[in-house]
Ligand binder design. Structure first.
Ligand SMILES: C[S@@+](CC[C@H](N)C(=O)[O-])C[C@H]1O[C@@H](n2cnc3c(N)ncnc32)[C@H](O)[C@@H]1O
Length: 503
């Protein structure tokens, strides 16, 4: 369902049902918090300045509602006056989907209240009686119309296809009450599908302008918390802990059942007293949820983000990331021996089960990147479900060093950490070739080598051997050559990558 044509032209995305503006034309970032999070827009003061009308040169609909081109005929939103002055005259032309395009209005998602995950992009209006969810393409068009250019430095390749966004939310199995961390919400196009599925979303955005616009557009959506900052530096672990804690506290809040509400009768009968006391029995403590991370990642921070997030299996259940197709293929590789077998594979398999879900055509993004994308899922292992090793840090150091000079035999590449004699004897004790190179070893073999090197050092220094419990776990699933490495995941090594679909 569309708005009446008379309202379509001068509505800014920040305009409420009255048609008046929340913040249009103001410098949004000044009102927003750096490196701190807040319910979207809650701290903002709304201006009620009516929209000044279409800016000169903005394309789109004519006054009677007909469309003259790919633009959507909307007014400005959170872009600052400064940006408008310095913006180039001809913005990048977005790809626009066919079909009715509507205007995102303040709190539209909040009113929609859909938990079906079928947020109605593509112009259908099932999510809201009054306004449909704007299409991804229309939202991007709105950015360009406001002279906001995609920034290459921030990896801004916006997803234009609502079907793919819905597929991502479905692949991530996001449902009502789930806690989701999104990195780089940007346009809010993925965010709105996460919200439509019933998730409570915390989203970290670095771009001042896009953060400001999101704050305006979602200011009445308590299910969305926005964080302004660089996801790599902002302290994601603390943010995730906060999400979990907030959720736990919310679950603890008493919900008074009808039967417990004060009645007009002064003395309760014995029967009522009994039933009241049984109702008062302590409720089971709420189970702390684990968070899902869902993101169309800026490709340039993929590596750093994975390093930050993969070890958080105690707090995070799974990551669902749009990556470059090639990076997705590399990270989901499970068999050693090839040129693409890297330290990142060992690290990834140690912390999670990676799965390539589906390929995404580069033409579904705007601007069109040089390569296709892919959705990759990383199901994180909680600490207790990982391979037992003497020290995770020592294992990662061993792996990084071994791969740092992959052409060399490990007895040479590991020389700064261990003498070649130490490495040779450990390799032999693990039943491995003493001339082995890093790319020939599985995760389990690296873990076994790590244990053996540890034992040798302990023996050499005359220290106490590892605790029996650790040893027991290690021996429970011996790796090659009887050189112990506990394993909750060994069976996965060598299994082939999951089947792929293409979009
Ligand atoms: C590929 S775009 C995705 C935008 C939107 N989620 C979508 O699906 O179309 C990447 C987003 O990440 C943001 N971004 C880039 N670097 C970031 C960083 N270090 N921390 C947080 N956000 C970042 C960009 O500004 C942009 O909004």
């Amino acid at each position: 369902m569309s708005l009446p044509a008379s309202l379509q032209h001068h509505r800014c995305p920040a305009a409420g049902p009255s048609g008046r503006h929340a913040v249009c034309g103001q410098t949004a970032p000044a009102r927003l918090l750096h490196g701190a999070w807040t319910a979207a827009g809650r701290s903002r003061t709304a201006s009620t300045t009516p929209h000044a009308g279409r800016r000169p040169g903005a394309g789109g609909s004519s006054r009677d509602g007909s469309r003259s081109g790919p633009r959507t005929g909307r007014g400005s939103s959170g872009a600052s006056q400064q940006q408008r002055r310095t913006a180039p005259a001809s913005p990048v032309q977005p790809v626009i989907e066919e079909g009715p395009v509507d205007v995102p209005a303040l709190g539209w998602m909040w009113r929609a209240g859909s938990s079906s995950g079928s947020g109605s992009g593509d112009g259908d209006a099932t999510a809201s009686a009054s306004r449909p969810m704007p299409t991804a393409a229309a939202t991007v068009a709105n950015l360009y119309e406001d002279r906001i250019k995609a920034k290459k430095s921030l990896g801004q390749n916006f997803m234009m296809d609502d079907t793919i966004l819905r597929d991502i939310v479905a692949a991530a199995a996001v449902g009502p009450g789930d806690l989701v961390l999104e990195v780089g919400p940007g346009t809010g196009n993925l965010t709105k599908h996460l919200l439509a599925a019933g998730a409570r979303v915390t989203a970290v955005e670095k771009d001042d302008t896009l953060y400001g616009r999101l704050g305006v557009e979602y200011q009445q959506v308590p299910e969305l918390q926005l964080v302004h900052g660089d996801a790599v530096k902002v302290g994601l672990e603390d943010i995730i802990k906060h999400m979990v804690e907030q959720d736990r506290l919310q679950q603890l809040q008493p919900q008074q059942p009808q039967s417990e509400q004060p009645s007009s009768s002064s003395t309760p009968s014995p029967t009522t007293a009994t039933s009241a006391s049984s109702l008062a029995a302590p409720a089971p403590a709420p189970k702390a949820k684990r968070v899902k991370v869902v993101a169309n990642l800026p490709y340039n921070i993929t590596k750093e983000l994975l390093q930050l997030l993969l070890p958080l299996g105690g707090l995070v259940s799974d990551l669902h990331l749009m990556l470059q197709h090639e990076a997705g293929e590399r990270l989901t590789e499970r068999t050693p021996g090839g040129r693409e077998w890297r330290a990142a594979n060992i690290r990834t398999l140690f912390y999670c089960r990676p799965k390539y879900r589906f390929r995404i055509s580069r033409f579904k993004y705007d601007p069109v990147p040089g390569v296709d994308g892919a959705l990759v899922t990383f199901a994180l292992r909680p600490p207790g479900a990982r391979l037992q090793v003497p020290s995770e840090q020592a294992l990662m150091e061993l792996v990084d060093k071994a791969f740092s000079e992959r052409r060399k035999k490990m007895r040479n590449s590991l020389s700064p950490l261990y003498s070649s004699e130490e490495v040779e004897s450990a390799l032999a004790a693990c039943g491995l070739d003493v001339d082995a190179r890093a790319q020939e070893l599985t995760l389990e073999q690296f873990a076994a080598l790590s244990w053996q090197l540890h034992r040798q050092r302990v023996a050499e220094l005359g220290l106490k051997p590892p605790a029996p419990a650790e040893e027991q776990k290690a021996e429970a699933a011996p790796a090659a050559g009887g050189c112990g490495a506990g394993s909750g995941q060994g069976a996965e090594a060598g299994s082939s990558r999951a089947g792929r679909e293409e979009r």
